[in-house]
Write a protein that binds this ligand. Sequence first.
Ligand code: ZN
Length: 147
Amino acid sequence: MSGAGKVVEFDSLAGDIQELIKAGVDARTYSYSPYSKFKVGAALRCEDGTICKGCNVENTAYPVSICAERTAISKAVSDGKRKFVALAVIADLDDTFVSPCGECRQFIIEFGDIPIYLAKTSLGTVFETSAANMLPLAFAILNNSEK
Ligand SMILES: [Zn+2]
């Protein structure tokens, strides 16, 4: 993964970002993923400073499943929040960071070009990117005044 972001040390990140990533690590523990066994957590920092957490929730009818990122955003919107300042996504693969799927990228950018931090539970290094970096030329029909 290169070009769309950079790898940074967890310890070099601001305290509020470290807190957000740790919230995503916690959310991951609640993952309901009996089919893939692939646990993902997400944590969304809202403009009011609160954090909305999400995990992936799978279903025996696989396409019905929902990713951690969309769970977190849906929880926030359901609580009346629409302005977000950062998103952390946590999954564990040995050799790479896990980035949001295409469906989630579209879901995220609906709410703006927010910074995104891809992390592992080990917290050693983090891949720092943004919604627009991950989805250039995103589909959009509303201008910002309509949101
Ligand atoms: Zn997804």
